[in-house]
Design a protein around this ligand. Structure first.
Ligand SMILES: Nc1ncnc2c1ncn2[C@@H]1O[C@H](COP(=O)(O)OP(=O)(O)OP(=O)(O)O)[C@@H](O)[C@H]1O
Ligand SMILES: [Mg+2]
Length: 225
């Protein structure tokens, strides 16, 4: 999927997302993660997608904007072969486990997890989530995971990320963790974050040799600059 958004004060970028990518978004509350995720997910279900391709929003916080996007709350994952937009609200990892298990079985799902630390943390990751992260690419399962807290999410979400978006971050510890994940000096990341426009994110991808490329700045119109 190609997405193009005009921006103010920064270069316009084209985001190339494949439906089986693992994308991690880290930024503090109110920084625009959910809004960005909505744009990033828009091509993965509906008229332009295959009929069996689904977007499953795992809405752990019951965000009003997600209920607006997908009004009907489902009890579980979409049945095999059934596409479109779905939303589930598991309160924790235990409740998410059977849903993730069903996603693993059906494949062809863009799994949007908002917020990741509520269904898995650095000590415990639901088994099917670990499986999906490690082996779900071949089943065409993509993951877009959002978090405010890079220290509390499952390690596999960082080690398996094909793309990482980092926005404004609260605690210095969180900046350090992101810098570690991206193999870059803390100061360099802190400086780049300080220059971000409002609702802006730094976007990294890796090339085939797993070399990290220079980040693009992503901002969805609105109040840039
Ligand atoms: N690009 C944008 N331009 C203008 N307004 C935006 C933009 N992105 C987000 N907003 C607004 O900022 C507010 C917070 O955005 P959003 O809910 O996406 O943040 P969030 O990072 O998901 O927050 P939380 O961590 O609390 O879930 C919302 O009112 C949203 O409409
Ligand atoms: Mg949000």
């Amino acid at each position: 999927m190609d997405g193009y958004r005009p921006v103010h004060g920064v270069v316009a970028v084209t985001l190339r997302l494949r439906s089986n990518m693992r994308v991690l978004v880290v930024a503090m509350t109110g920084s625009g993660k959910t809004t960005l995720a909505r744009t990033l997910s828009s091509g993965f279900a509906g008229p332009r997608a295959a009929p069996s391709q689904a977007v499953l929003v795992v809405d752990c916080k019951r965000e009003p904007s997600l209920a607006e996007l997908v009004p009907q709350e489902a009890r579980g994952a979409p049945p095999p072969g059934m596409g479109g937009w779905w939303r589930v609200c598991p309160p924790d990892g235990d409740a998410a486990e059977p849903i993730l298990e069903a996603v693993w079985r059906r494949g062809h799902t863009w799994l949007w997890i908002d917020e990741l630390s509520m269904i898995g943390d650095h000590r415990r990751c639901p088994r099917p989530l670990e499986l999906i992260y490690r082996q779900g690419r071949a089943r065409n399962i993509g993951i877009l995971a959002l978090t405010q807290d890079p220290l509390r999410i499952p390690v596999v979400a960082k080690s398996q990320a094909d793309a990482v978006l980092v926005g404004p971050i609260g605690a210095p510890d969180y900046v350090s963790e992101c810098a570690r994940m991206l193999h870059m000096p803390h100061g360099e990341l802190a400086e780049a974050l300080a220059e971000l426009p409002r609702y802006g994110f730094l976007w990294w991808t890796w090339d085939h040799a797993r070399e990290r490329r220079r980040p693009d700045v992503v901002a969805l119109g609105g109040e840039g600059g």
